[in-house]
Write a protein that binds this ligand. Structure first.
Ligand code: HEM
Length: 435
């Protein structure tokens, strides 16, 4: 059975072709289709491909977890490939499995704990800059600041001391274009080429210094071996290192951007985070993974932020084997669309879905397990950086929130920019003062 065969059973949907991208129109389209046809919708795309929009939590879980081997990454990823080559986020099948097995050990809790000092140092850099802003009476562009924090952190965690000269001088970070340039266009291709040239030199220099102990993701990737004892080739390494920076930067930056926005307009929740930070991170000397890990309320705040603003708001897949969704057939070549953003805001599962309420994630709230929630995806392709990102975000908020009172300089809704990542449409400006 293929998507062009006539006799297969498919969910209800519109007769006319439907345009789907990764953009604001697509969110409105998917919402409209769900409201008209229900949780499973089929449609034809203008290119003739069959597409299903799956908004049923049980079926979403099946696609991402139990039946994941029947699906590859879907539409939209061709553009990302320009940037990431064949790195972990975009690769499929045996290539993905080999890389994932080689890379996974670098993300063990123990290894991530060794990066805690870097997380602290990056937060302290912001503390110094924000103190200067308070003294000068300046507002803070928190969107830029969280971008800078997350980018510096992932770049130093990946390249260690080699990244120091990039961070020390403003405008010197070869990855900085990622935070400014969301368009995956020709300028990006040029910049990626430059970055690859630079990283190749770095890889070669590291190899010639073999034996010297560096602790960072790059050293772990260099030491990784597959089942037959082979390391990554230079090309593979370049793809994986760039993938790591891209995967690890914008997602955390956007989550922190939204967290500051939500906290600055919810003073009681903000105070509860400050109280918790006072208990577990009273000063910089107390920052370690145990103390940050114990900040369960801050964790709930971040989980709730990710419910409202999941950075990856739309997942796509393409079937390469036949499957079934509910009682419907999935022919080979069907495009699948899944939206955490829409499911996270469905009132059937999340009462008052637009309200910011971290207590939904309280530990004793058992029904949460039955609710659709997948900001980090689910199953074997689930995010590798989940633990890293919660630790970095707790250290960031735990250190900075008790020191700076932030009020929204422009209280209007910042709006959504629905690209590959869900960003705020306009930068969020905060007026800081010392507490
Ligand atoms: C709040 C922060 C983050 C969120 C919400 C997030 C979300 C996600 C999602 C949804 C995916 C799967 C995408 C898909 O299947 O289409 C993913 C994959 C991935 N993420 Fe994250 N991510 C975050 C932070 C990080 C960080 C900090 C790192 C690295 C340090 C990272 C590394 C990765 C990698 C390597 C993959 C590919 C996994 C694979 O395909 O095997 N992520 N992430």
């Amino acid at each position: 059975m293929t998507a062009t065969s006539a006799d297969f059973s498919r969910p209800p949907g519109p007769q006319e072709a439907v345009s789907l991208g990764i953009d604001p129109e697509t969110l409105a389209t998917l919402r409209g289709l769900r409201d008209t046809y229900g949780d499973l919708v089929s449609m034809q795309r203008p290119n003739g491909r069959l597409a299903y929009f799956v908004n049923d939590p049980v079926e979403v879980r099946k696609i991402l977890v139990k039946r994941h081997t029947r699906y590859n990454k879907g539409p939209g990823f061709e553009r990302v490939k320009m940037l990431l080559g064949n790195g972990l986020i975009v690769s499929d099948g045996d290539t993905w499995r080999r890389s994932r097995t080689m890379i996974q050990p670098a993300f063990s809790r123990q290894k991530v704990h060794d990066l805690t000092d870097i997380m602290l140092e990056c937060a302290r850099t912001l503390e110094r800059r924000w103190s200067a802003a308070v003294a000068a009476g300046e507002t803070i562009n928190i969107t830029e600041e969280t971008n800078r924090f997350a980018l510096d952190l992932i770049v130093i965690s990946t390249f260690g001391d080699d990244a120091a000269p990039w961070i020390a001088t403003e405008g010197n970070n070869p990855f900085e274009f990622l935070s400014r340039d969301s368009a995956r266009d020709l300028t990006v291709v040029m910049r990626v080429r430059e970055v690859r040239r630079l990283l190749l030199e770095l890889i070669q220099a590291r190899r010639s210094r073999a034996g010297q102990q560096h602790f960072d993701f790059m050293s772990m990737y260099l030491a990784a071996r597959d089942k037959s004892g082979q390391p990554f080739s230079d090309e593979e390494l370049l793809d994986e290192l760039i993938t790591l920076v891209v995967a690890g930067f914008e997602t955390s930056a956007n989550t922190l951007n939204w967290a500051w926005y939500l906290l600055s307009s919810h003073p009681e929740i903000e105070q509860a985070v400050i109280d918790e930070a006072g208990e577990f991170l009273p000063d910089a000397a107390a920052v370690n993974h145990d103390n940050a890990g114990a900040m369960v309320y801050t964790q709930q705040v971040l989980e709730e932020t990710l419910r409202l603003y999941p950075p990856v708001w739309l997942f796509t897949r393409r079937s390469h084997s036949e499957d079934e969704i509910a009682d419907f057939d999935v022919p080979v070549g069907t495009d699948i669309y899944l939206s955490p953003y829409l499911l996270h805001r469905t009132d059937r599962y999340w009462p008052n879905p637009d309200t910011f309420d971290p207590s939904r994630f309280a530990l004793d709230d058992q029904p949460k397990k039955e609710r659709p929630y997948f900001p980090f995806s689910l199953g074997p392709r689930r995010c590798l950086g989940e633990y890293f990102s919660f630790l970095e975000m707790k250290i960031h908020l735990g250190l900075l929130l008790p020191r700076f009172r932030m009020s929204l300089a422009d209280p209007g809704d910042p709006g959504l920019e629905l690209g590959i990542n869900l960003r705020s449409a306009r930068d969020i400006m905060l007026q800081p003062s010392h507490r």
